[in-house]
Ligand binder design. Sequence first.
Ligand code: ADP
Length: 518
Amino acid sequence: MFKQALAVLKEYFGYEQFRNGQEQVIEYLLNGENVACIMPTGGGKSICYQVPAMIFDGLTVVVSPLISLMKDQVDSLTAVGIPATFINSSLTANEAYERIAELKAGKYKLLYVAPERLEGDFFIELLNEVKIPFIAVDEAHCISQWGHDFRPSYSRLGAMINKLHKKPLIAALTATATPLVQKDICTQLQIEEENTVITGFERENLTFSVIKGEDRSAFIESFLSKNKEESGIIYAATRQEVEKLYERLRKKNYLVAKYHGGMRDTDRETEQQRFINDDCQIMVATTAFGMGIDKSNIRYCIHYQLPKNMEGYYQEAGRAGRDGLPSECVILYSPQDIRIQRFLIDQTTMDPNKQKQDLDKLQAMINYCHTEDCLQRYILQYFGEDTDYKCGRCSNCTDNRETVDVTIDAQKVLSCMIRMGERFGKTMIAQVLTGSRNKKLLDFSLDKIKTYGIMNQQSAKEVSDFIEFLISDAYIEVTTGALPLLKVTEKGKEVLLGRLTVLRKKQMETVKLSEDNG
Ligand code: ADP
């Protein structure tokens, strides 16, 4: 049967061989088993269900939340001779009826639908009249409350599929799932956990960097002047930021497009097309841009502000270099952005559990910006690939500053936290260590504790950065609540006991000009 899969791949898609992972996913299905497939954006998930759809008898149903992309997907399948269609709210009632009749008559091999569609009994009855060998659940992370894009209709999918008289096989596909989300997908869709295929999260052609303490505008200008001919995306956190940056670049005669949720659909469509057709090089956008964009020659992806979580970040950054050529993924990090992201979480989420999850995810993102470990490795570990790999390309791997022993400073910070009762946040801890006369600090009598002022050779900012470093390397954990409080971890306690050494890249010398009272 597998030969047949290869034949379909060649005949319809014109590819000579499967990519890593595609083969395993297809094998599970052809052997009659459910499967979960976690593959990064651009990894080739579609083939994993399109090829078996052509081998199985009957109609394969693809559940996807991306209504706006269904038409494009169907058009490209039709173009290669695969009979596919979609049913969604963009159709008139007559068109929908016509398609339903065609479906019953067996005209199609693939049907794309939004998850809400499966909630109607009418639709389930329709599917009961058609032979459905399997259901592909695309963007399957939407099923999990632990994911970054939970959709209630997805969480009802398991129950809906159970309503079908003859249970189809299930293939769940996503580009972003932490181990917790993977487990959840498997439980809800009744997939054996060992039938999870995770592949190639590493992107060998991407170079990750985190730029700290540089003027963003100056960085962008210098970066763009060096990459004039190349296509790239700049993601900004808000619509206003997009507009501002767009105007600035336009005035400097860059060929630039913009995209955000506040624009009219038609304008967004035009801008997107200009970028895709290489009529302009730069796309400045909010994260609303990019879902399903298959533009292969994107050479860089710059995040102008801190992204809100690793899942989103890797998906967005992963849009660079789909053609396999070297490409850059840069975050311009400033600690002020944390406050904006916390504020956004506070504004958009009422549920305290969800808020905590979002804050934890944000913390993992902040840790990414502060780690001195290989950035690609940090990402792989975040998504559950256990590896001690070093990419050799990222801003940390290529950072050749000397490594110094900072165990004593770490002990100062950790013991100060314990003396303060582990009831405070980063700023207050840094102020106590540097001996600030801040009123709140004095009100709490924190100037009386033994560690008050023991790091007064450094500025509060430097100590604060050092604390961020200790958090990213898990000596300190952040308990996320209304106020983020810091606690010493087990690993941190080992440092206090003198059983662990803390190493850090040598920091630039800075001159302390005046008492930093925060
Ligand atoms: P994903 O859905 O995982 O983001 P796609 O399914 O859109 O990725 O595939 C990304 C690109 O890789 C597409 O251009 C696709 O045609 C190409 N591709 C997929 N499988 C193969 C293969 N076996 N050989 C070569 N190219 C492939």
